[in-house]
Design a protein around this ligand. Sequence first.
Ligand SMILES: Cc1cc2nc3c(=O)[nH]c(=O)nc-3n(C[C@H](O)[C@H](O)[C@H](O)COP(=O)(O)OP(=O)(O)OC[C@H]3O[C@@H](n4cnc5c(N)ncnc54)[C@H](O)[C@@H]3O)c2cc1C
Length: 397
Amino acid sequence: MKDMEYDVVVVGAGPGGSSAARFLSEKGVKVLVLEKRQEIGAPKRCAEGLNRSALEDLGVPISEKFTTSNINGAVLYSPKGKKVVMDKVGDGFVLERKVFEKHLAALAIRKGAKYMVKTTVTDVIKDGGRVVGVKANFMDEEFMVKAKIVIAADGVDSMTAKRAGINTVNRLSDYHSGFQYEMAGITNMDAHKLHIFFGNDVAPKGYVWIFPKGDDVANVGIGIVGIASEDGKRARDYLDKFIANNPEFFAKASPIEVNSGGIPVSASAKSFVSDGFMVVGDAAQQVNPIHGGGIAIAMYAGKIAGEVAAKALKEGDVSAKRLSEYEKIWRDDEGKRLETLLKLRTFLERLEDEDFERLAEVISGDDIMKLTVGDYGGLPKLLAKMPKLLPLAKKLF
Ligand SMILES: Cc1cc2nc3c(=O)[nH]c(=O)nc-3n(C[C@H](O)[C@H](O)[C@H](O)COP(=O)(O)OP(=O)(O)OC[C@H]3O[C@@H](n4cnc5c(N)ncnc54)[C@H](O)[C@@H]3O)c2cc1C
């Protein structure tokens, strides 16, 4: 394999990487995307929930080829099974992510980006501290790609950022372990709602989800803080127990796929750029700390990073100072929103089962919608009905 030279090399063809590649290519920048998996999008590490507006805002055409159930709300279940129904409050879908990620890659390719799959980036190349390219391996053949800018979009386990000298290591308390089965044969499920289950026995400091992909098919998963709970149980142990304890949904169901992965919920890394180098998406911990959703956020980060990189290349200045425009735009906008939501995550993680029960009695679907977008205006009224939580709320908000 011959060495290569590009304006920008993107590490990882997930939503963040392909979005960056599309916006760069649109500006006429010569881009190469390197993806270690042999098939883009597979295996998925995701429950596949996404808002329609996320794609509309980024100009991604929506197709039935990668959308399954349309989602118009959610049902939240308290530890004792009390339901809070959020009806007709959302407009989204559960994706078929294997198809979706290929779709995003195809959009970038049509704009001029080049892709290589089954190609692992093994290191960055530096010249006097500045990143000037990457080393990669395609089916046991080593080669180098020189580039004016390297964009790390290599997900939660990113090694590229660390190799470039940016510390993206998560604290264990800022990391959720996710485990999921895609299952068929599920019964009694409203296939147009996301179903979310809380409780210390169900998912300590986390939750179980059922995200429908059809009348009887769904992603059934769990996220808990850290690698295991205090008594040593893993995410999978909790999920298996949940499935066994809920025969009304799962008596006739079986898995058709297993997925697992980490979710960084710290609301973003300390730094996203260095000379000739940028980090986007999960690799930069750009994930919603409340629900762990990161597809739309990674794509938005890819857009900003791509646009700033294109301008920097045109001006002939790829220094950290110039590239930090990306970080500034991010922190002034999406970053601020995630910081606000981080407070809510900390609050929710301190709640006990009895608090969830009380919350289920006093909270409305509307209240929940507002809280999940960081609008805390209704909180005082809510807390007046739950005075026990006032001191904690005062400390955090
Ligand atoms: C269990 C679970 C459920 C989730 N559910 C949802 C959900 O319902 N909705 C939602 O919005 N988000 C969800 N997320 C989060 C979402 O999956 C991520 O936030 C999103 O994928 C981030 O996109 P990304 O492009 O930053 O990273 P990724 O999608 O992780 O893409 C990174 C890519 O880089 C590649 N790569 C890694 N290292 C290298 C290397 N050295 N060389 C070349 N390529 C490399 C990987 O193979 C991968 O393709 C979930 C996550 C988990 C774990």
